[in-house]
Write a protein that binds this ligand. Structure first.
Ligand code: SF4
Ligand code: SF4
Length: 81
């Protein structure tokens, strides 16, 4: 499950989220989006290191970042099946 989803076409490449992540998981990418900005990215292999703290999402002025958490209640229910 992805914990961080960055909508690249909403991103203006300001890098505020890059500085906000305490785990240094976000970087600017290497290609332009449709607005001519270089959007922020997170590598899939780094998703597991994300703590879902949402600092990056709170910092984003364009609400381009969504954070997801696994719910313990759902995990418990799944484990009982
Ligand atoms: S939710 Fe927290 S740990 Fe995960 S990418 Fe955003 S700032 Fe980094
Ligand atoms: S803070 Fe938002 S707009 Fe700025 S680089 Fe990150 S995702 Fe893009």
């Amino acid at each position: 499950m992805l914990k961080v989803v960055i909508e690249e076409e909403r991103c203006k490449g300001c890098a505020l989220c890059v500085d906000a992540c305490p785990a240094h998981l976000i970087a600017l990418g290497s290609r332009f989006n449709c607005h001519g900005a270089i959007p922020a990215i997170i590598a899939e292999c780094d998703q597991a290191r994300c703590t879902s703290c949402a600092m990056c999402a709170r910092m984003c002025p364009d609400a381009a970042i969504s954070i997801y958490r696994e719910l313990k209640a759902l995990q418990d229910a799944d484990s009982r099946q």
